[in-house]
Ligand binder design. Structure first.
Ligand code: NAD
Ligand code: UD1
Length: 334
């Protein structure tokens, strides 16, 4: 089976390509390298002995998307390509709406034309907004998003719903990720954030590496077990395995529209992450308590039951492994 993986050289995409190749899928990658490096392809090859075909195309250009479908018999698409920096999306909403929506609409148009109707899409827990409970369940639906990035994900979910409603021969799986961290245990694949990161784990890694002086912990007065924010951190390889399971299901069913939370079901606080990172990597992180970050919620985590029951998927890797693998990747790539 030929799987087109858009954004396949990125953080989650690259790990998913490895899992797909290990399961004997044929992988074709489309990535414009706007947030990744071509070297990742060499690393995928090193891990799997297979080198996927790479189209260095910007998927905002529909002719380029069409070229890929003309040249290959694509069976299904996993769509990761998009921009994801929340802060930047507030400053540059047009860039975010343009990229995340245009790439998706172009893909859908071309998929429809070539009668390729199997799609797995990267959504986010951010689409729940602020539902007033800690445990998020799929049936709670989409809430009010707090930034343009989140709104693009919510809009795309709605678009996919409409596409399926208009034509039930589509098979669409929407995966709502919680907080992906960690890296491939080989140290060859991981997240390489440019500049000053926004997210907790990339920030911790830069502090541990001595590239940033001190970690700011945004608030220690939340109504949580230790006052710091609680999230559901999930190992990126578990997440990648979730994509393979989602693909297997739409292949088997042939048609349908599904939504799954991909999280562990366990919430950890910022202090849990700091303490575990220090312990497993045998180092000290310099941190200060800073004011709360605007827009942050105190606590949320996934109810992952649906993915377990319908996909047979559960996250297997714990927090210690996530912290170890993140640092191992950073050390190998400084
Ligand atoms: P990433 O930035 O590492 O990967 C995205 C890839 O898409 C990059 O390699 C980039 O070069 C490529 N890309 C972007 N725009 C493109 C375009 N117009 N044409 C072709 N390629 C393009 O991000 P990631 O962390 O791997 O995330 C993958 C997907 O998952 C994204 O859609 C993201 O919004 C979503 N997601 C990520 C997280 C997270 O915390 N990492 C959480 C929830 C959802
Ligand atoms: C954010 C986005 C979400 C996106 C995710 C991964 C929002 C509302 N959510 O989630 O859409 O999918 O990133 O890209 O923006 N923290 C610190 N110090 C730091 C960084 C973070 O204390 O330097 C704390 C935060 O306050 C939070 C936790 O760490 O409690 C996790 O933050 P982060 O990694 O940025 O992820 P989210 O905010 O959960």
């Amino acid at each position: 089976m030929n799987i087109l993986v858009t954004g396949g050289l990125g953080y989650i995409g690259s790990h998913t390509c490895v899992e797909l190749l290990n399961k004997e899928y044929d992988v074709i990658i489309a990535d414009d390298l706007s947030n990744s490096k071509e070297e990742v392809l060499d690393r995928i090859e090193k891990l799997t002995d297979k080198r996927p075909k790479l189209y260095k195309y910007d998927l905002k250009e529909i002719e380029k998307v069409e070229e890929i479908f003309k040249e290959n018999k694509i069976d299904a698409v996993i769509h990761f390509a998009g921009f994801k920096a929340v802060g930047e999306s507030v400053k540059k909403p047009i860039k975010y709406y343009c990229n995340n929506l245009k790439t998706t609409l172009n893909l859908l148009e071309v998929m429809n034309k070539y009668n390729v109707k199997k799609l797995v899409f990267s959504s986010s827990a951010t689409i729940y907004g602020d539902p007033g409970v800690h445990e998020y369940k799929e049936e709670m639906g989409r809430g009010k998003t707090s930034n343009p990035y989140g709104t693009t994900k919510s809009m795309i979910e709605k678009i996919l719903e409409d596409v399926y409603a208009s034509d039930n021969s589509w098979a669409i799986s929407i995966l709502r990720y919680f907080n992906p961290i960690g890296a491939h245990e080989s140290g060859l694949l991981g997240e390489e954030p440019n500049g000053i990161p926004n997210n907790l784990m990339p920030y911790i890694m830069k502090v541990a590496a001595g590239k940033i002086d001190v970690l700011s912990i945004y608030g220690n007065d939340y109504p949580t077990k230790d006052g710091t924010g609680v999230r559901d951190y999930i190992h990126v390889v578990d997440l990648a395995e979730g994509h393979v399971k989602a693909l297997e299901k739409i292949e088997k069913d042939g048609s349908g529209k599904y939504i799954y939370n991909l999280g562990t079901g366990t919430g950890y606080s910022v202090m849990d992450i700091v303490n575990t990172f220090e312990k497993v990597n045998n180092l000290k992180l310099k941190y200060v308590i800073a004011p709360r970050r605007p827009g942050d919620l105190a606590e949320y985590y996934a109810d992952p039951t649906k993915a377990k029951e319908e996909l047979g998927w559960v996250a297997k890797r714990g927090l210690e492994q996530m912290c170890k693998d993140s640092w191992n990747f950073m050390k190998n790539n400084m």
